[in-house]
Design a protein around this ligand. Structure first.
Ligand SMILES: *[C@@H]1O[C@H](CO)[C@@H](O)[C@H](O)[C@H]1NC(C)=O
Ligand SMILES: *[C@@H]1O[C@H](CO)[C@@H](O)[C@H](O)[C@H]1NC(C)=O
Ligand SMILES: *[C@@H]1O[C@H](CO)[C@@H](O)[C@H](O)[C@H]1NC(C)=O
Ligand SMILES: *[C@@H]1O[C@H](CO)[C@@H](O)[C@H](O)[C@H]1NC(C)=O
Ligand SMILES: *[C@@H]1O[C@H](CO)[C@@H](O)[C@H](O)[C@H]1NC(C)=O
Ligand SMILES: *[C@@H]1O[C@H](CO)[C@@H](O)[C@H](O)[C@H]1NC(C)=O
Length: 394
């Protein structure tokens, strides 16, 4: 058994190393790629390659022969493409203007570099409601993805049952990034989310748990809900959500007032070897194809690959559009909202935070979960918008 663990880890270490390596090369390479001759890049760890959507092969040859790039020639695949970055960017900008005009609900637009086109994802149920928008975008020939979205009530998020209430303010407990949050009004659980990470104000000595803004409920108290907890009476008061936004980013801050002690680690307690992962720093995701993971109440820790570095999405109150997000191929559950999205470092125990979970689409209309995607709020906007800094292990 031990041998199996070791070899799995070795594969993981190698692929992780390779990913960081390709990501670094990708960043260097992109300095030389212009928006008219190329249509974006993505890294592919399995093929040990960076794929570069290429419209102008003459330009590609010139770049390949640059001394700074020649070193990496074996890792580069300039493949023929039809849409340039300039065309895709202008298409997605036009679609955001159309979205503001026609106000589609539960709708996500992003540039999928791998398929070299714009993707519009929306709920199948909202097709009629969104028809004017969908019609208006047809002139761009994007790819439409329709998902089966269930109303929240069926989505395991809301449990309206009365819970016998027992306040555990006397007992201290640790709260980690990825732990559950039980959100309660009038002693009833109304919603569940996940803790994103521990942060502190840049200006005051205030400590916060950062989570998603749509986890806000008026007047609600937030309790730590440990993973796998079968007894919802065992919970620990965290505080109330003092600040929340749905746009331009989806984020909420809970000042820690209750008897919980925040820890700068990510919960990974399904793993015997690494039950907690250290938060070492935060980084902005920079490569399509990069391997990222989430920690959350229902999904625990699972991973996927970056599908898009930017896009736009309707806010959950249907009032506005979020323009700062990135997209990862992964399926999650409602209560994972707000959980940290992170990347592993070489040592497999320290991590860098990339953002928090905003929402997602799971099963497409064919019942296929392989097209599941999540939307993530990028870490730099969370920190700058709120004047907070993330607490890391020292
Ligand atoms: C990537 O790894 C190779 C060895 O596999 C090394 O030669 C190269 O310098 C690395 N590149 C970067 C940018 O880290
Ligand atoms: C392709 O790139 C070359 C080198 O930069 C440039 O001279 C040429 O005009 C480009 N071709 C097109 C069709 O843009
Ligand atoms: C580049 O990628 C294409 C498509 O996957 C493949 O057919 C081709 O063989 C690759 N070229 C190199 C040099 O790896
Ligand atoms: C969308 O396009 C279809 C087919 O062209 C048309 O029948 C329908 O009326 C349009 N719907 C809206 C809301 O514009
Ligand atoms: C991308 O290319 C495809 C194939 O040529 C085309 O149908 C589509 O309209 C292009 N996308 C955009 C946004 O121009
Ligand atoms: C928690 O639940 C997961 C599956 O959801 C399971 O794999 C794990 O063993 C459980 N952990 C404990 C401590 O019961």
């Amino acid at each position: 058994m031990k041998g199996i663990y070791i070899s799995i880890n070795l594969v993981f270490i190698l692929s992780n190393f390779l990913m960081k390596n390709l990501s670094t090369i990708d960043e260097i390479l992109r300095l030389y790629l212009d928006d008219d001759d190329f249509g974006g890049t993505y890294i592919d760890v399995i093929h040990r390659m960076i794929f570069i959507n290429t419209l102008n092969e003459t330009r590609a040859e010139q770049i390949k022969n640059l001394p700074e790039i020649r070193l990496y020639a074996n890792s580069l695949n300039f493949s023929k493409a039809l849409n340039s970055t300039a065309i895709l960017n202008s298409g997605i900008n036009d679609m955001l203007i159309l979205a503001r005009r026609y106000r589609p609900v539960e709708c996500l637009g992003y540039i999928d570099v791998k398929v070299n086109n714009i993707v519009i994802a929306t709920c199948d149920d909202d097709r009629n409601k969104n028809e004017a928008f969908l019609n208006a975008t047809k002139i761009y020939y994007p790819i439409y993805m329709y998902y089966n979205c269930f109303p929240e009530i069926n989505n395991n998020i809301i449990s309206q049952n009365n819970i016998k209430f027992e306040n555990r303010n006397d007992i201290a407990s640790y709260i980690l990034a990825g732990d559950g949050l039980s959100i309660e009004r009038f002693n009833r659980t109304t919603y569940k989310c996940s803790a994103g990470f521990w942060a502190k104000s840049r200006f005051n000595p205030i400590n916060y748990i950062v989570t998603a803004g749509h986890c806000y409920r008026r007047g609600a108290s937030y309790y730590l809900l440990p993973w796998n907890s079968t007894d919802e009476n065992v919970k620990y008061y965290v505080g109330k959500m003092l600040i929340h936004y749905l746009s331009p980013i989806d984020v909420g801050l809970i000042p820690i007032l209750g008897n919980v002690t925040p820890v700068a680690n990510i919960r990974n307690t399904d793993s015997k070897e690494f039950p907690q992962l250290w938060i070492k720093d935060h980084i902005v995701v920079s490569s399509n194809g990069a391997h990222l993971c989430i920690s959350g109440l229902y999904s625990h820790v699972k991973c996927g690959n970056v599908k898009a570095l930017s896009g736009f999405a309707s806010t959950l109150d249907r009032e506005d559009y979020i323009e700062k997000l990135f997209v990862v191929s992964m399926s999650t559950v409602g209560g994972d909202s707000g959980g940290p999205v992170f990347s592993y470092n070489q040592d497999l125990i320290s991590t860098s935070i990339n953002g928090i979970l905003l929402g997602g689409f799971d099963y497409d209309i064919n019942g296929d979960i392989n097209n599941a995607i999540i939307q993530v709020t990028p870490i730099d906007f969370i920190l700058n918008y709120n004047g907070i800094e993330i607490i890391t292990v020292t």
